[in-house]
Design a protein around this ligand. Sequence first.
Ligand code: LLP
Length: 419
Amino acid sequence: MHHFEYRSGRLYAEDVDVAALADRIGSPFYVYSEATLRRHMRVFHKAFEGADPLVAFSVKANSNIAVLKILQSEGSGADVVSGGELQRALKAGIAPDKIVFSGIGKTRDEVKAALNAGIYQFNVESAPELEALNALALETGKSAPVALRVNPDVAAGGHDKISTGRKEDKFGVAWEEARGLYGRAREMKGVDVVGVDLHIGSQIADLAPFEAAFSKAAQLIADLRADGCSIDRLDLGGGLGIPYGDAATPPHPNDYAALIKRLTAPLGVRLIFEPGRMICGNAGILVTRVIFVKEGVARKFLIVDAAMNDLIRPALYDAHHEIIPVIQNDEAPRTTYDVVGPVCESSDFFAKARALPEMKEGDLAAIMSAGAYGAVQASQYNTRPLIPEVLVNSDRHAVIRRRPSFDEMIALEASPDWL
Ligand code: LLP
């Protein structure tokens, strides 16, 4: 469910005419719908009504401060994976006691910043990280609330590159080693063992892998309690998929919640979630303009002004994103295009062999479901400026990140004095 729809043949973002917006902003740019962001956060909270979970939005999915502020006002916490994301979450007004810190390679400086902020939980992924955290906590006279991220060895996720819960993946503590490491953690004076954490992958389109992993986690909690560990939190990570307009229809959050309630109710733990894509994926689109239509020998190319540096998901994961014309043109004959950007890489594409109503130079297209892992994964490759992010709220819009000037783009560079 989202708030992008045609009205009299023109695409609207809430009550804002996207083509008119493109004339003001200049393409390409991202548009986010505030109503959609709010709705998704509410749907997630509602699914767990009565359970009082911590819903810690996974900041990596969309870290724009305005987006974080919106989610904060809906009661969201934050799942962060770097000192930078921690600063963003705090700046957006998210209370430290709603912040969890994940990731396999937290640096000493990042850990210190999080200890000083007094965050809710460190999700620790290895023995050396646990040792380092303990030492730093003792140094700063603090006690670090810790959950170990355990790796349940379950395959899940929409693509090999976003599956994280198999034993060959770099994430988490191996299942067979978890109890031993919990035993060591309990002995550490700087560490307060509070929970179990797992995250098995992203864009997961069915409940089976969740069920397999979460059942294992429930068993682990029973074992740890038998060992004398007091575990009162269970962080189940993120990973629930969204519809991208292709074959997969991911489960509704209510069904996901029903499964989790069934598996975890007997444990009496506080649940923590780290949803990213599910909250912001369908709340954003990427608006782009056709530069040329090129009749190749074998293929017809729609060359647009957005590129893989703006949205890398198709290039990196063969991800499917629906593409629609901003001005509807249903009478036009359907034509099969490769939709590509101007970057000098063959992997710079948004769609291959996609049937679309015929388009011509200057037409606008919207690449749908681009609100998660879009702007955050952008780069300035080919010295292309990072594109604006625009937020709409009913008939209002605001640029929440502007396009940098060329001077700003090169401002951090310097020539050595011998040149
Ligand atoms: N928690 C942890 C520890 C994670 O690593 C992630 C995502 C999440 C939560 C949020 O997962 P979500 O609910 O968004 O699935 N760039 C890829 C996705 C990478 C996901 C990385 N971790 C993509 O564009 O598909």
